[in-house]
Design a protein. Structure first.
Length: 216
């Protein structure tokens, strides 16, 4: 299967964290990282590492100054079109200029509409806004360089979960909540995080309240 392009950590990082060596279990470690990344994304209701460009359409109500994009942080916005026509038109006449027609808060994936240097409202209506943008943190190979690196607390969480999944598979005791053996009494990983780690993951959660977008 191999390590997913959107994995939160590399196998080398996991090996250093867990004190593993050698390549005999490389595939199992990759599977554990992939599973840990997927579990964390499900829990946080978002994708962490970039998947490239995405096209999305927004259907806004009246008097909205802020446009929340589908994911964050924003890497770059390729284009934003705003159309009041029915059906909407996305061409040169509806193309907005970054910094002049809108301002970006990349950390939270938010675009604010600007007119004449002042905060204004986005056009309302079905698919009135079309956005093409890229989002997320850097991949394990360090690309794209414009993206922010994965926060260290997310990497630590991923390594903790990945090792837990790997050890569970290694002992071949799936679904058992706890077990005592020569290594002592341990609790199996069944989607449990210590309270401090759970709070860290929750702080990275995406809340899609009053969602306005649809993806293409």
């Amino acid at each position: 299967m191999g390590l997913a392009a959107h994995a939160l950590v590399s196998t080398a990082e996991l090996k250093t964290y867990a004190g593993f060596s050698g390549a005999s279990q490389e595939g199992a470690l990759e599977d554990a990282i992939n599973a840990a990344t997927g579990w964390m994304e499900s829990e946080a209701n978002r994708q962490f590492v970039t998947r490239g460009d995405v096209t999305e359409y927004h259907w806004l109500h009246n008097y909205r100054c802020e446009l929340k994009l589908s994911h964050f942080p924003t890497i770059a916005v390729a284009s934003i079109h705003e159309s009041g026509d029915v059906p909407p038109v996305y061409d040169g006449s509806t193309l907005l200029v970054g910094g002049t027609d809108y301002q970006l808060d990349k950390a939270i994936g938010c675009a604010k509409r600007v007119r004449g240097g002042a905060l204004s409202y986005w056009a309302a209506g079905y698919r009135a806004i079309k956005v093409v943008h890229s989002y997320g943190y850097r991949k394990t190979d360090g690309t794209p360089t414009l993206a922010l690196p994965v926060p260290e607390e997310l990497k630590l969480l991923c390594k903790f979960v990945a090792v837990s999944i790997f050890k569970e598979s290694d002992r071949a005791r799936w679904g058992i909540s706890s077990v005592t053996d020569a290594q002592g009494s341990v609790t199996r990983f069944l989607g449990y995080l210590p309270p401090d780690m759970k709070a860290q993951l929750e702080s990275h959660r995406r809340f899609a309240i009053d969602r306005t977008w649809e993806l293409e």
